[in-house]
Design a binder for this molecule. Structure first.
Ligand code: HEM
Length: 524
């Protein structure tokens, strides 16, 4: 064998030199921080003098410690990629909003952008014409006006969620894991907007399949979780992550692409197809110059993006609420006073229920699903307050630190809905406040890439959480503690699976739901 003829000495020398090169590269920030500067000698924001290859679990804790040490704007290398991390509301506004023309691109992550999404799906698109076009296509189906057109369906899905939880929970006798029920609620809403359909019943196999794909997406697309994203030589080698990414790309096409083809066949045959996002995409395909990858990735990630995020926040609410019976009680008193016990709350009731609204905002603050938002990327060199941020730097919004700042929130580590009880603004309105210290939270990101689904997300969260509070008392199980520290997922976070008993508050639940049955709008 040729290999056996290489002297041991040569192998040892190779290992020694490679380790030395790698070691020097890992420590190169010591030097780079001294030599990288703009024309006026402004250096990079401060930060650790070592390159990291990844931070897999709970990266927000490291961000919190680094923000305390290096300040509100620090820099860090993940492998070959330079990041800056924003941990202050004023810096977030100055960079992401005021200078949005420079701070609104995306880094081309190897796993998320190149392997799974092929650079498509809005979230992975670099800043420019294509992104603008695709974002416009999405935005028009989720404007407040568009939502009014399907608000009854969102309301209906909230009723059905409560109904199935009541029935399967045998009136509070059988403990339930809420994941599947709230996941279906969020999925049905997105399926309606995207394809004009809903899953037929709680056993529909599409629910488990869609939730599985959303979970896999969250696991594979952590901001700092994959060394292969930041260390290029690994990209030339086959790896488990790449294999999973390729499979996920194919699975998304199999599930969502096949639905697109069926919808297109109906259109081609001149059959009735309800107004929905995918119908618009197909009809405008030529005008918008959308290829097959665009169609699949736009519709798949639009649908999937609105599932785990919304279902995650509802699950965090349910994980928290048994520990705060006084909060549930006060919300229920408010609901009973304003809505009464003859019907479930509707979207119109929201303005008259400030405490329920405050609970939702507080859950979004203490359990934002994306502690690091989705990193932006600079498209030009920029100098901010004497600190140089080169073109191509990835920019992380450190929501964990922002949401636990004692300058902005009194007693920030406690769950206290009262802090929002006077806040009459929606999250979308709050994001536009000129004084950022009054902004409610940063859960939906910031600037030109702020979540375009924010209006529909707010509507859904309101309906789901107000319906749950109106309907049930929530009981945790004595032998099954619920962790509020750990979570699943690397990009979007959801609580570790838990069970509760959902006990109907009284007999009124049964009569309020008596006309609510599973139905089908249209099938694909
Ligand atoms: C509670 C639910 C949701 C949360 C917390 C959430 C959060 C986020 C965040 C943090 C971003 C990145 C923003 C940035 O780059 O600054 C984002 C982007 C995005 N979200 Fe959401 N989202 C939610 C629901 C939805 C829904 C329901 C939809 C679809 C209707 C949606 C579609 C998108 C899309 C397409 C992007 C990419 C925008 C771009 O890159 O320009 N999201 N979301």
């Amino acid at each position: 064998m040729a290999f056996s003829r290489i002297p041991l000495f040569e192998i040892g020398r190779f290992v020694f030199i490679s380790s030395l090169v790698l070691g020097l590269w890992m420590l190169s920030p010591i030097l780079l921080r001294r030599i990288i500067s703009d024309a006026n000698g402004n250096r990079l924001p401060p930060g650790p003098n070592i390159r990291y290859l990844f931070l897999r679990k709970y990266p927000e804790r490291a961000l919190q410690a680094w923000a305390a040490k290096y300040g509100s704007l620090f820099s860090i290398w993940m492998g070959s990629q330079l990041f800056v991390v924003i941990s202050d509301p004023h810096v977030a506004r100055d960079l992401l909003v005021t200078n949005g023309a420079v701070f609104s691109s995306r880094k081309r992550y190897f796993i998320k952008s190149r392997t799974i999404l092929h650079g498509r799906a809005i979230t992975a698109s670099e800043y420019g014409e294509t992104w603008r076009h695709h974002r416009k296509l999405v935005t028009q189906v989720v404007t407040p006006k568009a939502i009014e057109g399907y608000i009854d369906s969102l309301n209906y899905e909230a009723h059905i969620m409560i109904r199935t939880m009541k029935d399967d929970g045998k009136f509070g006798k059988v403990p339930l894991s809420p994941q599947h029920y709230v996941g279906r609620f969020a999925l049905n809403n997105m399926l309606l907007i995207s394809f004009g359909i809903r899953t037929a019943n709680i056993e529909d196999p599409l629910i488990s399949r869609a939730l599985e794909l959303a979970m896999e997406f969250n696991d594979l697309t952590g901001v700092w979780s994959n060394p292969v994203d930041f260390f290029e030589p690994l990209q030339w080698l086959p790896s488990t992550m790449q294999k999973r990414g390729l499979k996920l790309h194919q699975d998304l096409i199999n599930v969502y692409g096949s639905m697109i083809l069926r919808l297109k066949a109906r259109l081609d045959a001149g059959e009735y197809v309800p107004e929905c996002f995918v119908k618009t995409l197909i009809q405008d395909q030529k005008k918008e110059r959308l290829d097959w990858d665009d169609l699949c990735m736009l519709s798949a990630v639009f649908t999937l993006g609105g599932v785990h995020s919304i279902s995650g926040i509802i699950q965090w609410f349910l994980a928290l609420i048994p520990s705060y019976p006084e909060v549930a009680l006060r919300a229920q008193e408010e609901l009973d006073r304003v809505v009464g016990r003859d019907r479930l709350p509707t979207a119109e009731d929201e303005a008259n229920l400030p405490y329920v609204r405050a609970i939702i905002k507080e859950v979004q603050r203490v359990h934002a699903p994306f502690w690091m938002a989705t990193p932006h990327c600079t498209s030009e060199d920029f100098t901010y307050d004497g600190q140089y941020i080169p073109k191509g730097t990835a920019v992380v919004l450190n929501c964990y630190t922002l949401h636990h700042s004692s300058e902005r929130y009194e007693d920030p580590w406690s769950f206290n809905p009262d802090r929002y009880v006077e806040d009459e603004l929606s999250c979308a309105e709050s994001a536009k406040l000129p004084n950022v210290m009054n902004r409610d939270h940063w859960t939906f990101g910031a600037g030109r890439r702020i979540c375009p689904g924010i209006h529909v997300a707010e509507r859904e969260l309101w309906l789901a959480i107000s319906h749950l509070l109106w309907s049930f008392n929530f009981h945790s199980l004595p032998d099954e503690p619920i962790s509020l520290e750990e979570y699943e997922g690397n990009s979007g976070r959801t609580p570790v699976s838990f069970r509760l008993r959902f006990e109907p508050r009284d007999v009124h639940l049964e009569s309020a739901l008596k006309d609510q049955h599973e139905m089908t709008y249209w099938t694909l």
